[in-house]
Design a protein. Sequence first.
Length: 125
Amino acid sequence: MRSAAAGPGALRAYRSYWQRMTTAWGDLPIDSVTASDIQALQRRIVANARARHNSRGGRHAGELLIAAARAYCNQAIADGLIQAADSPAHRVGKPGRLPSTRRALTPASPLPWAAGRGGWTGAAR
């Protein structure tokens, strides 16, 4: 993977995924990687994603892998290594986003961090 052409934001977001792509596909030429290869790696990454309290089942990790593969293929297209129509990453759809779990607080909303501790009660002062 050639990451020298990537900006600092892309490196920060995609470096670990580019390393996983390199581990999975080694020295395969870019035109040998198929959409099925990318999908298989995506499924592996989703399955092995860390489960945290706010986990969404690895969806974001899978989405980032597709974005990293697309960024890599875009650079290969710019370098003339493949044609845009031959990009395997662009033939793989990103997983759909789940609805947000964030909700607005209202004065009547219970505040879990303040419950029973004399925290804000919602009453006007």
